[in-house]
Design a protein around this ligand. Structure first.
Ligand SMILES: C[S@@+](CC[C@H](N)C(=O)[O-])C[C@H]1O[C@@H](n2cnc3c(N)ncnc32)[C@H](O)[C@@H]1O
Length: 251
């Protein structure tokens, strides 16, 4: 990894460590002297009231996503789900409820403070079918062909090596497995410089792929049935979007 990429990843890690600490100390991840930029387009208001009510307050307070991937992934009883960049654990806990005791929900995150918060939230929720893993989404610490569904909420834009994320996601999915991701995407007309003018990297804006770059990246990794659906604007020419794709059953 280049020095610039290492620095960028460390900036991201520090920003989300600060957000987790703020929640652990009784605040929310989004408001006050902001360690991360957030507004009504990000966070827990993107979840239904009954989903929020069923979770520990700290899991809701730590929500920093830009959508609700568990609502689009159509999770079924018994499935194995992996959440890339699981943060305070909100989507892991919602997934665990949907897949039931016969299924399992993994959360993967690189930030110790977020992992500690997620573990505390899982304990408070009494969730037995969850496991949090430390690592990066560019080198997923799970064997090949073992996961039914990969979800993620506003994290892939933060990666300094998106082709590696797509390749690793493809590797861990079983043939026929699928992704249901929320992420930020840019209009194809916006250059990387224009994206950076609209927000910073750790705030989930500057690192966003364009619609075509997202589609091309997923296809290059081997995904098919790729659908990218913008849901709401987050900046001029930039949107939160739902991304769906499938790992084919035959190679
Ligand atoms: C915007 S927050 C979203 C958290 C969570 N998905 C949610 O919806 O609240 C980004 C999270 O991804 C983690 N993260 C960012 N880049 C990562 C990477 N390359 N590998 C693993 N985790 C990463 C951060 O530590 C942070 O917890």
């Amino acid at each position: 990894m280049s020095e610039q990429s290492t620095d960028l990843r460390e900036t991201v890690r520090r920003r989300y460590a600060a957000a987790a600490t703020q929640v652990t100390e009784g605040g929310t991840a989004c408001c006050g002297p902001e360690p991360v930029e957030a507004d009504e387009n990000f966070g827990s208001t993107l979840y239904a009231a009954d989903e929020r009510a069923a979770l520990p307050a700290e899991a809701v307070a730590a929500s920093l996503g830009c959508g609700n991937p568990t609502a689009v992934a159509e999770l079924r009883e018994g499935e194995r789900v992996l959440d890339l960049g699981s943060g305070g654990g909100i989507d892991v806990l919602l997934s665990a409820r949907r897949v039931g005791p016969g299924g399992k929900a993994y959360g993967l995150d690189m930030t110790d403070e977020m992992l500690a918060l997620a573990l505390a939230n899982a304990e408070q929720a009494g969730a037995a079918n969850v496991e949090f893993l430390k690592g990066t989404i560019e080198a997923i610490p799970l064997p090949a062909d073992t996961i039914d569904v990969v979800i993620s909420n506003c994290v892939i834009n933060l990666s300094v090596d998106k082709p590696a994320v797509f390749a690793e996601t493809f590797r861990v999915l079983r043939p026929g497995g699928r992704i249901g991701v929320s992420d930020i995407v840019a209009d194809d007309t916006l250059t990387p410089e224009q994206r950076a003018e609209r927000g910073d990297y750790a705030g989930c804006i500057a690192g966003a792929l364009s619609l075509t770059e997202y589609r091309t990246g997923l296809a290059a990794a081997g995904f098919t049935d790729i659908e990218i659906t913008p849901t709401h604007p987050v900046a001029d020419g930039m949107h939160s979007a739902i991304i769906r794709a499938t790992k084919p059953t035959t190679r």
